[in-house]
Design a protein around this ligand. Sequence first.
Ligand SMILES: NC(=O)c1ccc[n+]([C@@H]2O[C@H](COP(=O)([O-])OP(=O)(O)OC[C@H]3O[C@@H](n4cnc5c(N)ncnc54)[C@H](O)[C@@H]3O)[C@@H](O)[C@H]2O)c1
Length: 436
Amino acid sequence: MKLCMVGTGYVGLVSGACFAETGQDVICADVDEDKIAALNAGRIPIFEPGLDAIVSRCVAGGRLRFTTDVAAAVREATAVFIAVGTPPRADGGADLAAVDAVAQVVAEHAEREVVLVLKSTVPVGTNARVRRLVREARHRVHVVSNPEFLKEGDAVSDFLRPDRVVIGCDEDDTFAHEMMSRLYHPVCLDRDRMVWMDPASAELTKYVANTMLAMRISFMNEVALLCERVGADVHAVRFGVGSDARIGAKFLYAGPGYGGSCFPKDVKALVHTAREHGMELELAATTDRVNDRQKGVVFRKLRQHFEDGLRAKRVGVWGVSFKPRTDDIRDSSSLTLIDALLAEGAEVLAHDPEAGAHVRDRYGDRVTLVEDAYEAARDADALCLMTEWREYQNPSFERLAELMRRPVLIDGRNIWSSYGLRAMGFAYDGIGVRGS
Ligand SMILES: NC(=O)c1ccc[n+]([C@@H]2O[C@H](COP(=O)([O-])OP(=O)(O)OC[C@H]3O[C@@H](n4cnc5c(N)ncnc54)[C@H](O)[C@@H]3O)[C@@H](O)[C@H]2O)c1
């Protein structure tokens, strides 16, 4: 079986490499020439733990190739995966231009009966839309929905040991059924993780999963604000609530709002889909609004420490990626903070273990990017912790106290709340926590 992965980004590269790791013959295609040139030169264009070893092993083994010639890659394939971006449009709906473009290439260039798999996150109805686009192809194209649930930072293990593999496929389509079963068999050896359903349900499942997780985060962010009003501690509430087996402990952390390339756009897209069908998805719409407000929380807290405003104040920012273990800064809450600081006339010094190149691309010399985290605190009037990278978890606060002009710490992730920082002379603020 020859597999073609179209779109070689966070999802496409991980999925293509992991399929190659399980023995498939994979060609990854992308229109981004720089990305493909980097991959062909042995460089991985994203930071994702464990990915480089798999890519180099599979390339050396001849099972993984990269190309910008999408049509040629499609011509040799028996399964074509679409893993291109589906960014938000201004109205909140998903932009399907890249998905359509790939479907068009498949319609024109497939040289055999082929399974076309929608791995990108796409609104309900996209499977049906793609079927219409490939109707005139010379050979039969079986269109299957297979939304991806991997998490950046753990993408390789999520792909190779998934909680579940959701496949939306016509019940009577034995050709597609067999091919998808064979492809995912190696990651389902210990137990059957494949969840079969109709394509519309598979498409919706992805949005509902992301929106439900986003909702938990937004609810806890609101609870954190309430904790501050009533003198409670969100850590304690989280432990108390999360130990209920019906609720579970995950995605209950208060913080500076969720970011990344998925939750914000997927919540908006689900709301948009519902509106297109004449209904208001109240909880999802509120989740989106709560998150927009929460993204400004660190800036608002910071401002309270400076009666004369933040103009010409020097502010360090630790962490720009939207979460640890990735270099992805798309829709990160750190960007909201940095934008607000710059708009106010503050000087910003930023540190991130992996996202530096993206920070430079976005801000150029408007933000001073430092190599050593402590340099972001030198002569700073405040330091804001935005991403809970491991190296920020237990810094030398004595050193920070020496370096900083004013000892103001805003802990956007509540990772320093138990360290007794106020007793050390810091002005400390977390999100809904009583400690430090
Ligand atoms: N990033 C995640 O954690 C994640 C997780 C699950 C699902 N998803 C979904 O997967 C999809 C891809 O996300 P991503 O984060 O990998 O995006 P990405 O931006 O990292 O990668 C998309 C790639 O598609 C390429 N591309 C665009 N148009 C193309 C075309 N016509 N032909 C060939 N290549 C083309 C781009 O150059 C880019 O390299 C999105 O729908 C996203 O919502 C993402």
